[in-house]
Design a protein around this ligand. Structure first.
Ligand SMILES: [Zn+2]
Length: 255
């Protein structure tokens, strides 16, 4: 009996070891021979999407992000509290359900291509300094680790203007821009030429023009807090300036 039990335990330990060992391997397709090549690295995200939770506390936000909201299961990769508490809910390697349905320039399926960061905030209050301080550290970390251009930090409303309006107009994009994050205009803006097409630049930046009014609302939420129903002079100046930055970045990428 003793010997049989010992053999059984040894067998179990061996099985656990084998399973553990197998778990370390990346998933392989059993229908193919595994003839590995060293010429690869991990797939990586291209974009960082900022949200606000529209909840009253970190704990309530966490509960929603670990279960679901009225629209179904939802989660970002990270959640940052008002006091700067930083939690990771989903591995950077996995798709978190935070930007489904959004698009940005050529990018579709943003859940596959982006890292989502939720900031605990009702949407009707300023963002706490400690929270933004922590966000800046996290952006530094993510952009470096995945080699994401620092300008590729966008609002949920930017990528899904018809359905979303977060983060709110309280979000301090200027503080991000001071560290080089996000696409942000210079303090002094030149006048664009008369033939300048601001809508074409919105598309160049990445905005969808499927619903121009919604896109304009998202652009105003991010860059210029006004409610005009068409691009005004300030919008056109901002877009003229952003166009230069986007084109310069495109040139830098192709070098
Ligand atoms: Zn959102």
């Amino acid at each position: 009996m003793g010997s049989t039990r010992h053999q059984r335990l040894t067998g179990l330990a061996l099985a656990a070891l084998l399973l553990g060992g197998l778990a370390c391997h990346p998933p392989r397709n059993p229908m193919a021979e595994w003839l590995p090549s060293p010429n690869h690295n991990a797939r990586r995200p291209q974009l960082i999407v900022i949200h606000h939770t529209a909840e009253k506390s970190f704990d309530i936000s966490l509960k929603v992000l670990q279960t679901q909201n009225s629209g179904g299961p939802v989660s970002s990769h990270y959640l940052i509290g008002r006091d700067g508490r930083l939690a990771q809910l989903v591995s950077d390697d996995h798709r978190a359900y935070h930007a489904g349905g959004g698009t940005w320039g050529p990018y579709r399926d943003l859940n596959s291509l982006s890292i989502g960061i939720e900031l605990d905030n009702t949407g009707f209050e300023p963002f706490a300094d400690a929270q933004i301080d922590r966000l800046l550290l996290l952006l530094e970390d993510i952009t470096k680790r995945f080699n994401i251009p620092r300008t590729q930090v966008v609002a949920h409303a930017d990528v899904d203007p018809i359905r979303k309006q977060d983060p709110s107009g309280f979000f301090p994009w200027q503080r991000l821009a001071d560290k080089g994050f996000g696409l942000w205009p210079d303090p002094v803006l030149a006048d664009p030429p008369p033939a300048f097409d601001g809508w074409a630049v919105l598309r160049l930046i990445g905005y969808s023009l499927k619903d121009p009014a919604a896109t304009l609302r998202a652009f105003h939420l991010h860059y210029h807090h006004t409610e005009t129903t068409d691009l005004d002079e300030q919008d056109r100046k901002i877009l003229f300036n952003l166009q230069t930055k986007v084109l310069a970045e495109g040139r830098a990428k192709s070098n």
